[in-house]
Design a binder for this molecule. Structure first.
Ligand SMILES: Cc1ncc(COP(=O)(O)O)c(C=O)c1O
Length: 435
């Protein structure tokens, strides 16, 4: 679409999108006001990593929870901070007021958002596909690989159905064999994990396909070391990192994955329905696209895996804003805070006899998900206790036969040690300890 003479791209955006109710400049003003405070506090408190200081209180205030609701389950989906919701609502509005702009103008931003997302995970924009969610990204890769009857793929015993389902389908259709590597509930070291995968490799093995952020136990798999193993043995490697983006300071170049899928609406603050699929440049020609329209034969970038057909561009703008939000705080600072909060939770649970933490304590092998069980106490009891007493949400997790049945607690940036203490109080009470 041509920009009218004399107007910059930015001015053009305002020209097109200046609606009477919430104009683009009003949106910018709204979000800029929010960020101004974050930036000022950021500069002031950058050195102060105290878990409950004014900086983090300000961040908490940027979430619009109803009636002192406390969200400590960032699986399935997490909350959007206010600037992201403002942006989402503004751009959905374009479809109501001016659908012509909605389909002509908004998609022109797609490449800018892709580039920002790529920079956020230290990848090239050519290596980033904009999917709808992790499950879709994993399906696209698994469906699109030319694996054949008898080829083996290694995975672990702690995989999510969104990762296992497409492999089971592939097994049925092609005769590919999915082999499960049994990891302990709480691995003690990187070597224990990498060694288990190394021992399972046979001449028929073609790929390692494994969870990065293990939803059952909270383990963070050592991807760097696993990708080194895969490379040494000439295997492809894929990570299901549904929780990774927004929880961990991700660096695709350092992790060395061929394929990596994540859901930015769990920890990053994006709206549900927009996903990241990373495909390493060298692996691009190994995967066919699945959902196509015209032109798919000529695209040589990961964008060939973007699903075709009309999609909501409001999601893209909201993802862009979620990236801005996280960049304002700082990726590594976010990871440090999340890990400091979960470390405190694990430490306090460690003092309670009868509480058994399933998540490793090593901060390299764990982050924002903490799973644990309580001797003689049904997990639902703690879920209900915390909801009724504190309006605090956690979830049950795992299964009895595997010894993983318990609860899982998320420690995102917007909570404080106060909420950790509520969880600990609940555990102590249900286990019959005095608080
Ligand atoms: C490890 C893992 N993989 C895949 C998924 C599926 O994610 P989505 O529904 O966002 O595709 C989840 C969901 O929480 C998960 O925890």
């Amino acid at each position: 679409m041509n920009v009218p003479l004399g107007l910059s791209r930015r001015e053009f955006a305002k020209y097109l999108l200046a609606g009477p109710a919430v104009s683009l400049s009003a949106l910018e003003g709204l979000n800029a006001g929010i960020y101004q405070k974050v930036t000022a506090l950021n500069q002031k408190y950058l050195e102060d990593e105290a878990p409950d200081g004014p900086f983090w209180e300000e961040i908490r205030g940027l979430y619009d929870f109803e009636d002192r609701f406390i969200m400590m389950n960032n699986g399935t989906l997490g909350p959007m901070p206010k600037p992201v919701f403002n942006t989402l609502a503004r751009y959905f509005r374009v479809q109501m007021t001016n659908p012509f702009d909605s389909y002509n103008y908004l998609p022109t931003f797609r490449e800018a958002v892709r580039a920002k997302l790529a920079a956020f995970v230290n990848a090239s924009p050519d290596e980033v596909a904009l999917t709808s969610n992790t499950t879709e990204g994993l399906n696209f890769v698994i469906n699109g690989l030319d694996l054949k009857d008898g080829d083996e793929v290694l995975t672990s015993n702690f995989e999510h159905p969104g990762h296992l389902g497409p492999w089971k389908l592939k097994e049925k259709r092609t005769g590919v064999r999915l082999k499960q590597v049994d990891l302990p509930i709480t691995p003690r070291s990187v070597d224990e994990i990498v060694g288990a995968f190394a021992a399972a490799i046979t001449p028929r093995t073609r790929m390692i396909s494994v969870s990065h952020t293990v939803f059952i136990t909270g383990l963070i798999a050592p991807l760097k070391e696993l990708s080194r193993l895969a490379r040494d043995k000439g295997l492809l490697i894929m990570a299901d990192s549904a929780h990774g983006i927004g929880m961990l300071d991700l660096d695709m170049k350092a992790l060395g994955m061929d394929f990596f899928a994540s859901s930015p609406y769990k920890w990053l603050g994006a709206p549900t329905g927009i996903g990241l699929l990373y495909v390493r440049k060298e692996a691009l020609d190994k995967v066919w696209p699945t959902v196509v329209s015209s032109g798919w034969e000529t695209v040589q970038r990961a964008a060939k895996l973007d699903p075709s057909g009309q999609r909501s561009d409001a999601m893209l703008f909201a993802l862009d804003e979620a990236l801005n939000f996280n960049n304002r705080i700082g990726k590594s600072r976010i990871e440090r805070r999340i890990k400091a909060l979960s470390a405190r939770l694990k430490q306090e649970l460690g003092k309670i006899s009868g509480a058994k933490v399933h998540t490793p304590s090593d901060p390299y092998l764990s982050a924002g998900l903490t799973a644990f069980s309580m001797a003689g106490v049904e997990p639902e009891k703690l879920v209900n206790y915390l909801r009724e007493k504190y309006n605090l949400v956690i979830r049950t997790m795992g299964n009895r036969e595997a010894g993983t049945y318990g609860v899982r607690v998320s420690t995102p940036i917007y909570i404080s040690t106060k909420e950790i203490d509520m969880v600990v109080e609940g555990v102590r009470t249900l286990l019959g300890h005095r608080t």
